[in-house]
Design a protein around this ligand. Structure first.
Ligand code: SF4
Ligand code: SF4
Length: 401
């Protein structure tokens, strides 16, 4: 048995079906990448129909109205996991919807790319617009494309729920994505072999590894000569619908944590606030930490009225989070033991404390996949993944002194 790095979290996800969240009266729809005024299509006072374009940025995913309504404001605000971006505040009104039309013209590859870009699909695994991700995979000449159903996060189960309930759309989206990337083989990536029985007819690859299991699976496949990549099942299902002209305006997230009464997988419209999602699951008044996104990589939220991005996958509320005060490194070596990339985070931490950085100590930092496993296990509470990211930026700039 080879020595396996990584960290095994205790699983607490929701295994129930996907439930529809009632559509809130007001939505604050994020419009990432719409810094330039020409990219913001929606303006205050506009009446918009469901599916209508709100923003069309050059290098980010387009945003669409999930319901018909009135744009009450266009404002710049903090969105968890996205930083400060423009957002359209939409008050629900009427039931107008844009007429959907299947994407036509050109070859299949062109139609797939157009559909992914116009529908504003974001891959929930990487957080990147799907059309950019498809381009990247095509350049890398990926031979095996996998819909990612791996759940290695303690609170997240949305990928598994989408695979279970939208398998037809996911399978079709996978076929379309593979046709663009040139991948000859398709399949599903799962955490364990026992789950494979639910997907007859699909090639299944199982990670059977601790967090970050996705990285371990890709490495194992690479070692056996297979160039594989993962795409989120929500993005793939959205791609299938985008070919029929539907924009991505809904997401699925697991709402969990010991500060919610019932953990659920909720389908929610773009612009839904953290508070709306948590309230649906019964938020305890004693919750002391809320974060959006997977446990190790998520963003802590201070404003519960902030909208949840469609690619968030998970919203977690905790009663008594382990608050680790940053103290000096105690030399336990856990960070190095869990790192899937063989980086020594404690060494990087030490190197960055000096006035000039030894370039040799920064070898390999560019291989960091930002999984944050090192930060999660550090008993001294050191922000190791952020430090490794800083070291990678220093190495890239060559500014060592
Ligand atoms: S964040 Fe980077 S340095 Fe830390 S465990 Fe993951 S790959 Fe290793
Ligand atoms: S896990 Fe934290 S305390 Fe332990 S060696 Fe790494 S940096 Fe030091």
């Amino acid at each position: 048995m080879p020595f396996l790095r990584g960290y095994r979290f205790e699983y607490h996800g929701a295994d129930g079906p996907i439930e529809d969240l009632p559509i809130p009266e007001t939505l604050c729809v994020p419009m990432p990448g719409a810094e330039e005024s020409y990219a913001r299509i929606a303006a205050q006072g506009d009446l918009v129909a469901a599916g209508q374009v709100l923003s069309a940025p050059k290098y980010a995913a387009a945003a669409h109205a999930p319901v018909s309504g009135v744009v009450e404001a266009v404002e710049f605000r903090q969105i968890p996991g996205c930083g400060h971006v423009w957002a359209a505040v939409l008050r629900r009104e009427g039931s107008r919807a844009v007429r959907t039309k299947a994407v036509t013209g050109g070859g299949l590859e062109e139609r797939v790319l157009c559909a992914a870009a116009e529908a504003g699909i974001v891959d929930e695994i990487t957080g990147r617009p799907l059309y950019q991700e498809l381009y990247r995979l095509r350049r890398r000449e990926v031979s095996l494309l996998l819909a990612c159903g791996i759940e290695d996060d303690p609170w997240c189960s949305s990928a598994r729920a989408v695979l279970r309930e939208r398998l037809g759309d996911v399978g079709e989206g996978l076929r379309l994505a593979a046709s663009f990337c040139g991948a000859e083989e398709l399949g599903i990536a799962l955490s364990t072999r026992e789950e494979a029985a639910a997907y007859p007819g699909f090639r299944v690859e199982t990670a059977n590894a601790p967090y970050p299991a996705k990285a371990f699976l890709l490495r194992r496949l690479r070692k056996s000569g297979v160039s594989a990549s993962l795409i989120g099942p929500q993005a793939l299902a959205a791609l299938c619908r985008a070919m029929k002209g539907e924009a991505q305006t809904f997401g699925v997230a697991t709402v969990a944590g010991d500060a919610v009464r019932t953990a659920k997988n909720l389908r929610f419209p773009a612009g839904t606030s953290v508070r709306e999602l948590l309230s649906r699951c019964g938020l305890s008044e004693d919750a002391s930490l809320v974060y959006v996104g997977p446990a190790a990589q998520g963003s802590a939220v201070t404003d519960l009225d902030a909208p949840v991005p469609l690619h968030a996958r998970c919203v977690t509320a905790l009663l008594h989070p382990q608050r680790k005060r940053a103290v000096a490194c105690i030399g336990c070596g856990r960070c190095a033991r869990v790192c899937p990339q063989g980086i020594l985070p404690w060494e990087i931490h030490e190197a960055l404390r000096k006035s000039s950085v030894d370039p040799f100590l920064l070898l390999g930092v560019q291989n960091c996949i930002n999984c944050a496993a090192c930060t999660a296990v550090c008993p001294a509470g050191l922000p190791l993944s952020a430090e490794v990211a800083r070291a990678a930026a220093i190495r890239k700039s060559g500014d060592f002194f």
